[in-house]
Structure formats: C-alpha cells, structure tokens
Write a protein that binds this ligand. Structure first.
Ligand code: NAP
Length: 675
C-alpha cells in the first residue's frame, strides 16, 4: 500500500466546516490535507442561511465580499412561531442571510485552496491509527485502491455519520430520536405555501423557491423514527396526504431526505490527536440553519488554536490552548442543542403542546423576549447565560484576521432597531379593516404603538398595506398585511383564512382581542340618481361585511375583547348626497347597540366612533379653500386629522374604556354642536 505525504493536519470532510477549518489552519501556517469521500462537490443545499455572528466572523476574515450580495432571508422563527432575527442583539448583521450550502462550500473551497490547503476527493476514510506523535489515516478510493496518509492531528468534519468519530471511539451523549420528518424538493406541482402548519395528524411546511422548486416537509405525530434512510416519493406522498389531506401526485421528486430530532453531542471534542467539529461533534434537528452556523464557528475557533499549537511558538500555545477548543465550544454546542430541542418540541409536539405554544406566542409579544431568543439563535449571546459575545478565537497568526475591533459594513441598508416598550396593548392582537390608508392606517399605527400585533387589512391596495406594515415595523411595532375585498361573496371567509394563519404563525393562537370595523365607501350621488346597484354596494361593504365580521370573530374574541365600529357624524347631521351612506352608518350603530347587549356577559365591549370631516389624504384636503370651508363645521375651526380619530379608537381598545359599551362616541371636533 503506497504511503501518502506527511502533513500537519488531515481534515476529513470538504463540507463548509472542513473547508473553513482548512483555510483557518493555513492562515496560521499549518500544512493541511483535506480528504473528501465525494468525487464532486455536493449539489444539495441542506442549510441555506447564515446568522449574524457567522457573518461578523466572515467579515473579520475579509471573506464576505466573496459571497456577493447576501439576500435577506426574512424573519426567522422559534419553534414555528415568528421571530424576526433582525431584532437580535447588537450586530450590524442582525438578521438571517440567504447563502445556499453550495455557495458557502464553493467560496470556502477557493479560499482554502488559495491559502495552500490541498483537497483530495474520492477518498473514503476506512482506518485510523494513532501512533505516539502522528495519526495514520487509511482511505479507499472508488476504484478500491487503498492509500495511507500521516498527520500530527486529524479533525473529523465529516458530518452526522462521522467515520472519524466512529473509528476514534468518541462517546456520544444525549437523547435518541423520537420524531421523524420527511423532506422533498418537488418540481411540476403547485403546493400552497405554508409555514409549520399544524393539523390534527401532524405538521406540514411548504416553501417555493425562485427556481419554481417547492420544498415540502412533513411530520406525522404517529410516526416513530426508523434507521437513517432515504424515503421514497411514494412514502412522502402518503404521509403528506395523511397530514394535509392533499395529494402530491404528478410531482417530480428532485431530492428526498428523512431526518429526526436526535440530540447527541460528543462527550469530548478532542481525544488525543483526534478532534471533531461541526455535525461530527453534535447531532441535532436541522432547524433554522443553526447547525451550519454552529459548525462554522467550531471551525473558526479550532483553526487558529490548532495552528498555534502546532507552531509551538508563543507562550500559551501548549496543550491547554488546544483543549480550550473543547472547553469553549462544547458548552456553546450544548446550549444550541438545548434550544433546538425546545423548538423541536414546540414544532412537532402534538396537541399537548398547544397551550405552551400559546404562552410562548404571548411572550414573543415582548421585545426583550424576542431579542433574547434572537440573540441565542444568531450566536450573539456568546452561547452562555452571561450573554457575552464569544471570545475571539485565540491563536491566529494572520494579521488582522481574528483580532481587532469589528468594522461592520452592513449588508442591510437600514438596520432597524426594534424597541417596543410595554404598551397598554402589549400581548394583544387587533384587526383594523381598511387600514391601508386614512383613518384605518392611523388607527393601525396607534394600536401597534400601544403594543398590539396589528392585522393591516385592505382590498386592492396591497402595496399601501405593506407600506403601513413597514411604517409600523420601523416604529418598533408588529403588523402584517391581510388583503381581502369586502362586500363580495366569501369575503369574510377569505379574510379570516389569512388572518388566522398569520396570527397562528406569530402568536401560536388565533385569538383576536380587538376588531375595528373601519373599511367603508361613500356615495356622493344625488338621492334621485342613486342606482339599486350603488345602494347594494354601499350596504354590502359598510353594513353587511361588518355584521358578518363580528359574527365570524365571536369565536376568536376572548372575554374582555373589543369591537369598535366606525360610524359617521352623518348619522346625526343631514347631507342628502350621502343618504344611502348615512343609512349604512345608521345600520352600524344598530350593530353596536344590539351586539353590546349580546356580548356584555362576556365582558366584550362594542362601541361606535363617529368621525366628522377627517383628512384621509384625499385630493380635496390639498385645496385650501375647500379645507377652510370644511373646517367651519368644527367648533375648533379645523378639519379632523386621522390620528384624532385613531386616538379615540385606541382609548376604546384599551382597558380604560371597560365601563363603556353600546355607545356612540362623537369624534367630530364638535361638529354636532351646530354652527
Ligand atoms: P379611505 O381613506 O377612503 O380608506 C378606506 C379604506 O377602506 C381603505 O383602506 C380601503 O382599502 C378600504 N376599503 C374600501 N372599500 C373596501 C372593500 N370593498 N373591501 C375592503 N376594503 C375596502 O377611508 P377614510 O376616509 O379613512 O374612512 C374610514 C372610515 O371612516 C370609513 O368607514 C368612513 O365611512 C368613515 N368616515 C370617514 C370620514 C372622513 O371624513 N374621512 C368621516 C366619517 C366617517 P383599499 O384602498 O385597498 O380599497
């Protein structure tokens, strides 16, 4: 058997962790040989996001530019409950950034090889023999030829099924799998997108990528994990149908995979001349991309230390330095595994975890909780309860490589620091219909400022609704858009489909604390000219839709909930051009009166707010003469601003208004007092 070259370190595995380590070792002057089983780099992308701490460390190494612009991967989640990682910690890179594993591997392979690392593919490690000052590694090539390589140290970066771990006799501690998940990349099929959608039989997830490929993932509550295997498409299809009732027939499976929630960690990351990093050192459910980030950070910690140790140079480079890899990274790994385990239970537990999800959903309404969990996932909390950033890896001899202050060049134009203080509506949820503009928009902003999670509803102007959501988020609040045209068949059903899905994702429940019936249309037609169709439309949008929204919301509203109906001063002051409109608003006041009595026993208050002339941004409010004429109706001699009405709604939404129900609150600036 021919003997291969002697080197300082053999890294087994040319995945992201192995390549990162190889580059780091070369930077520290160590000779490196990377041995990889696969003849070609993988085309599969299992992990696809980088978190803030990883991006900071890549930036420190001058590696970030090589990735090109990293797209924002949007908000993350904790156990399937929405958690925006942009809120996490004090980092210019807070958030999560799309970087498919194939890209990470390609970038790191170039970098490591430019630095002088040798990568040999098609070598499966079949033997390890530790001698007094070296380790001999035996490999087998696809042609069946055996080779021997020698090195001072061998690091297993060879993933969950690590051969180095097995041959080295590393002890794994933790918990075996109790839940199994099936995953498939599918082409040629339309699957509705969903995020961890809970069903009586299990949980389903579907995401369509820009290439049109949909990644589905499904867990059935009654399935027990079997031995590691690749499932057939027929099996994925059967389980998907069992959970969702939908048939994936006709789809073409591009990639199939089964995984589980085993939580295992090597008792020691170092055993003499053998070390482990990444998934070889810890097995966990691949949730939220934490495994890749944890592994890359293992490699960044180990690389400099091992290179320094080998160089036998400066003081502090003895065995203690190398052992500090275990003492630093093992607790970090244990902490990540614990949070993944908690998430696995929230995600894939049966109905018994519903109450827990609900409580956590409430807690996620608190900014400090979101920041804490976000920092934990993003690696910004130092992985220790003390909350410090992980210490910069010791031991690099590369100038400016690992030490020194971070000079972040933010990827994101605006890093939004979200800082919700505890408002009087903290933990509450609200739906404001027609809140893309005008009074509804001001109301949504105000309720969000008071701490509520707000559903911003609109019919056609989706962009305006998104803009309202963005304004709320910029202000530190939480909101999401719900488009649904009112006044047409199925309107309320459609609105609640989206509303309940989004609420569930964000809060873990479909509770709606506050319903504001604001959307409305005006008439502006002479009484003689109004057509039956126009009359019907006014009633459909302004009166019928609010009635059925209230009726539908009754199961979502908790005791003590709030219903606020936007009426109009025109129910008290005559304007013949708006007779039919005023009739709809009269109907709204009846809705208020009768439901107030009906819902009194549940402590739900129902009230009407009657604005006068209110600037809703319509062109007429840009005409000074018209504005002056309209101002004359109010005893304050000005037209109302949308926020004047929003503040009244906010009062009715709060606990301060608990003794008011069935009322009409005049919010017209004294218009009803007469001229
Ligand atoms: P606005 O600026 O005209 O905005 C109306 C909102 O309602 C928009 O978000 C609109 O969404 C939505 N909407 C309208 N028709 C809809 C439909 N069929 N389905 C779903 N959404 C629909 O309204 P505003 O002037 O602020 O008035 C808000 C409420 O206050 C109304 O009920 C109105 O009657 C009442 N009010 C207003 C005044 C006033 O002077 N402004 C006075 C008294 C009472 P899209 O843009 O997506 O269609």
């Amino acid at each position: 058997m021919p003997a291969g070259p002697e080197t300082d370190v053999i890294v087994v595995g040319a995945g992201p962790v192995g390549l990162m380590l190889a580059g780091e070792l070369r930077g520290g002057g160590a000779r490196v040989l990377v041995l990889e089983r696969l003849a070609e780099p993988t085309t599969e992308s299992r992990a696809s996001v980088l978190h803030a701490r990883t991006v900071e460390l890549l930036h420190e190494r001058g590696l970030l530019d090589r990735f090109g612009p990293l797209p924002d991967a949007g908000p993350g989640h904790f156990g399937g409950l929405r958690l925006d990682l942009a809120e996490a910690g004090d980092s210019a890179y807070a958030g999560q950034w799309k970087a498919p594993q194939t890209l990470v591997e390609a970038v790191l392979a170039d970098w490591a090889q430019e630095r002088g690392a040798e990568v040999r593919r098609g070598h499966t490690v079949t033997g390890l023999a530790e001698e007094h000052d070296r380790v001999e590694v035996t490999t087998t090539t696809p042609e069946g030829r055996q080779r021997r390589f020698g090195a001072a140290y061998v690091v297993g970066c060879d993933g969950g099924g690590s051969v180095v771990r097995r041959l080295g006799g590393f002890l794994m501690r933790g918990a075996e799998a109790t839940k199994e998940l099936l995953r498939a990349d599918l082409a040629g099929v339309e699957v509705r997108e969903r995020r961890f959608e809970r069903h009586p039989n299990g949980v389903a997830n579907a995401r369509r990528g820009p290439d049109g490929v949909t990644r589905v993932m499904v867990h059935a509550f009654d399935r027990v994990p079997g031995p590691a295997r690749t499932p057939s498409f027929a099996e994925v299809r059967r389980v998907w149908e069992h959970v969702t009732g939908e048939d994936l027939g006709g789809a073409r499976a591009l990639w199939l995979n089964a995984f589980d929630n085993a939580r295992l960690q090597a008792a020691r990351y170092r055993k003499g001349r053998l070390l482990l990093a990444g998934d070889a050192a810890h097995a966990q459910l691949p949730v939220g991309g934490q495994a890749l980030n944890l592994g890359l950070q293992d490699a960044m910690d180990l690389g400099g230390k091992l290179a320094r140790h080998l160089a036998q140079g400066p003081p502090g480079s003895g065995p203690d330095l190398l052992d500090s890899y275990h003492s630093v990274r093992h607790p970090v790994g244990a902490r990540v595994l614990a949070n993944i385990d908690a998430q696995a239970q929230l995600l894939f537990g049966g109905p018994e975890v519903d109450a827990l999800r609900s409580v956590l959903g409430e807690l996620l309404g608190i900014g400090a909780v979101r920041r804490h969990l976000g920092a934990m996932i993003s690696g910004l909390d130092g992985g220790s309860p003390e909350g410090s950033r992980p210490p910069a890896p010791l031991g690099s001899s590369v100038p400016g490589d690992l030490a020194g202050p971070v000079d972040p060049a933010p990827i994101r134009q605006h890093i939004t620091r979200r800082d919700i203080t505890m408002g009087r509506l903290s933990g509450k949820t609200a739906l404001v219909t027609g809140s893309s503009r005008g009074i509804g928009r001001a109301t949504a902003l105000r309720l969000a400022r008071d701490g509520a999670l707000v559903a911003v509803h609109c019919s056609s102007s989706g962009e305006a609704a998104e803009e309202t959501v963005a304004a709320i988020e910029k202000d530190g609040g939480r909101a999401f858009a719900v488009p649904a045209r009112l006044g047409v068949d199925g309107d309320v059903h459609e609105l609640f489909l989206t509303l309940e899905r989004e609420l569930k994702e964000r809060t873990g429940s479909t509770t709606l604390d506050i319903l504001v019936n604001n959307a409305g249309v005006m008439g502006g037609v002479n009484p003689e000219d109004l057509t039956p169709e126009q009359f019907d439309r006014l009633f459909a949008v302004n009166a019928k839709a609010p009635y059925f929204l209230v009726q539908r919301a009754l199961t979502n509203l908790p005791d003590g909930g709030r219903i606020i109906n936007i009426s109009s001063g025109l129910t008290r002051v005559a304007n013949p051009q708006e007779v039919a409109y005023a009739m709809t608003k009269g109907a709204i006041d009846q809705l208020t009166l009768h439901f107030a009595k009906h819902l009194g026993p549940r402590g739900i208050t129902v009230n009407s707010v009657g604005p006068g002339i209110t600037n809703n941004g319509a062109p007429v409010f840009d005409d000074p003469e018209a504005v002056a004429a309209m101002a004359g109706y109010s005893v304050f001699n000005r037209v109302g601003e949308a926020r004047d009405v929003a503040d009244v709604v906010a009062f009715l939404a709060s606990d301060d208004s608990r003794w008011i129900t069935g009322s009409y609150l005049d919010a017209s600036g004294g218009t009803l007092l007469g001229g």
